[in-house]
Design a binder for this molecule. Structure first.
Ligand code: EPU
Length: 306
């Protein structure tokens, strides 16, 4: 472990331990806890590692600096801001990009504060979840955002959702910008009401695999008629459940999940993504991030619709 000019902790570490898939080689990790340290880390090519869900890192790691938000960037202030809060709606203090989403969702339920309960079960951190507008059929991150603070190569700025071109699983925030903190916009309710909506979202996950996984592999595609269809259903219909390459497998429980049976490599996962691309005749966009990028695996491919 060494220290950078501004005091960031820097260490070469295997990234597998920081991902929910449990795959990824060694890279240089920067633990930053101030805007000054973050700005220093961003002076050279970098990537930002949040909760490590939704991410497949190559077995060789990455050559760039890998930034992790720590210290105050991993703290949360859920006190309503009196100048912005009313009887029905409140705006919180700052919630750091490095705060784990599951603990935040639980804390909001206890306070009877609603808008983000639809994201229950998503294992990421706040920053990454905002960056990709993570969500389920029951809700997404942009349901509960007031202000978003973003570190850019040109400095730190604050924006509102209205400033961004956000949509399904997409915040409109450029790839090399880092969500450092947010203020939440929430509705006042009761813990019981919020819990009931969490239970509904939880119930929908019952059939999902329990193994190590990055989460859903593909975004649900929109068919030419404008109808959204489950990527899992399409992969299932292609007969691919249970397909195995090395120690990675298309989950028998839900075909849009690739799971690590123990000792899987990134190469195994890439090979399975290729199999899915080849066998499902509908263009689908990858939901995972691949480090380094593999455009041929990530982008929706124009194939003949069956
Ligand atoms: N289905 C199958 N076979 C499969 C998978 C699904 O027949 O292998 C069918 C189901 O039976 C159901 C339909 O497809 O009739 C929809 O499936 P599901 O309810 O699981 O919803 P989904 O659209 O496949 C979405 C999110 C999940 C989220 C669930 C539950 C996306 C890409 N997926 O899945 O999110 O957990 O709803 O809310 O938006 C993720 O983002 O990482 C993720 C897994």
């Amino acid at each position: 472990m060494s220290e950078s000019r501004t005091g960031a902790k820097v260490e070469r570490l295997p990234l597998a331990r920081y991902t929910t898939l449990g795959v990824g080689g060694e890279s240089e990790v920067w633990f930053v806890s101030t805007h000054e340290q973050l700005a220093e880390a961003m002076e050279q090519p970098y990537r930002i590692l949040g909760g490590g869900s939704n991410l497949v890192i190559s077995d060789e790691g990455v050559p760039e600096r890998v930034i992790r938000l720590s210290g105050p960037f991993a703290e949360r202030d859920l006190e309503p801001d009196p100048t912005l809060s009313g009887d029905t709606e409140i705006v919180t203090g700052w919630v750091g990009g490095g705060v784990p989403l599951p603990g935040l969702v639980r804390a909001l339920q206890k306070l009877g504060l609603s808008n983000l309960e639809g994201t229950v079960g998503i294992p990421g951190q706040v920053g990454g979840s905002v960056w990709m507008n993570a969500g389920t059929r029951f809700g997404e991150m942009f349901d509960g955002l007031h202000t978003i603070e973003i570190a850019t190569p040109d400095g730190v700025k604050q924006v509102t959702p209205a400033d961004l071109n956000w949509g399904y699983r997409n915040s409109g925030i450029p790839r090399n910008h880092i969500v450092t903190r947010v203020r939440l916009k929430l509705k006042r309710g009761t813990p019981g009401e919020v819990q009931a909506r969490m239970d509904a979202a939880d119930h929908a996950r019952k059939g999902q695999p329990k193994n190590k996984t990055p989460g859903c592999a593909f975004k649900n595609p929109t068919l030419p008629g404008g109808q959204k269809v489950s990527a899992g259903l399409l992969i299932d219909q292609a007969g691919l459940k249970g397909t195995r390459v090395g120690n990675a497998m298309i989950a028998p429980e839900h075909a849009n999940f690739i799971v690590n049976l123990g000792g899987a490599t990134a190469a195994d996962v890439h090979a399975l993504l290729e199999v899915i691309r080849e066998k499902v005749g509908v263009p689908m966009e990858l939901e995972y991030e691949l480090w380094p990028e593999r455009p041929e695996l990530s982008q929706a491919q124009t194939a003949e619709l069956r």
